[in-house]
Design a protein around this ligand. Sequence first.
Ligand SMILES: NC(=O)c1ccc[n+]([C@@H]2O[C@H](COP(=O)([O-])OP(=O)(O)OC[C@H]3O[C@@H](n4cnc5c(N)ncnc54)[C@H](O)[C@@H]3O)[C@@H](O)[C@H]2O)c1
Length: 339
Amino acid sequence: MQEFTINGATGSSKIILDNIPDCLPDLLPGADVFVITDDQVKSHWGHFFPNAPVYVMKAGERSKTIDTATDICRWLTKVGADRSSFILGFGGGVVCDMTGFVASVYMRGVSFGYVPTSLLAQIDAAIGGKTGINLDGFKNMIGTFRQPKFVLIDPQTLNTLPDIEYRNGLAEAVKHCLIADKSMFNMLMEHIPDILAKKTNLIRQLIERSVRVKVDIVNRDELEAGERRKLNLGHTWGHAVEKTDTIPHGQAVSIGLAFAAKLSEQRGMLKKTQRQDIIRLLQLLGLPTETNTPAALIYDAIQKDKKKEDDKIHFVFIKEIGSVEVIPITMKELTKGFI
Ligand SMILES: NC(=O)c1ccc[n+]([C@@H]2O[C@H](COP(=O)([O-])OP(=O)(O)OC[C@H]3O[C@@H](n4cnc5c(N)ncnc54)[C@H](O)[C@@H]3O)[C@@H](O)[C@H]2O)c1
């Protein structure tokens, strides 16, 4: 068992890497428990759910809306959830974001925990207490900061995760390498076939190291006033591509990472050889690094992005593999990367 702790102003969170049947019963409180999941996850892992009422969302990003949140709140009222209840989100990043959001606002906030089941959720979405739902196609426009009581990561759930979803999670792992763990980058590069084959010991290492990168940053800057912005590496461009191309989050992040590497090289911050290594790793992991969408459409989507303050965007540049810097830049400077 491996354990990490986040101690934040919005609560403390225990992140545990272990197996569900042994750990989940002890983590759940004596209070009434209500489970939120999606139809895919329920069909594979429903036998691990606690004996409790279950709300089943339709799987996928399209469910991450205010309508779903409202529907879940109505359901919670109907099944008798009150302020002492506990909500368990069991699923991928969409389920975790939705659970965290609903738990933050239902009756002004109830306790919650996660069992993340996709790689992306295990190393990123479930960690750090940020929740978000989409509005009119724009990503995470409504959200809260609130820590789950626990995050129980069981790598065995990845056995049923479709390959494409698994690769989406690998994009966030590459992001963590670029931010703060060069040796994990090298480890990925050296073990591509085994990583793609989900070899257990490597996956555990990958999850542990990725979680550590995120936990360390969140412990230093929970509310994203400064350093946490580094975790948005690849996301300025990525979120815009996700919206314009309607591709999964992880693929969009991969394209965003490639774009960040390009802009960093153009600015003289990143060596050409390192940019090439980043692109090669993403491609060898089966991830896209380019989009065919006209730049003007992406530009338009970025302008509407919530992370734009006045005319400046806090863009995350890569200085070298394992080190990044957040620099406010204008939209005009950003467009240099289009060329
Ligand atoms: N809050 C945060 O800090 C944060 C960080 C990163 C990403 N996110 C959000 O996370 C979301 C993406 O997460 P995701 O990629 O997990 O998407 P997802 O939740 O849609 O899961 C992807 C697909 O995999 C299926 N799935 C999940 N676990 C499975 C399993 N074990 N076996 C079989 N199928 C399984 C789901 O049903 C879904 O169809 C995005 O909405 C993104 O904005 C949030």
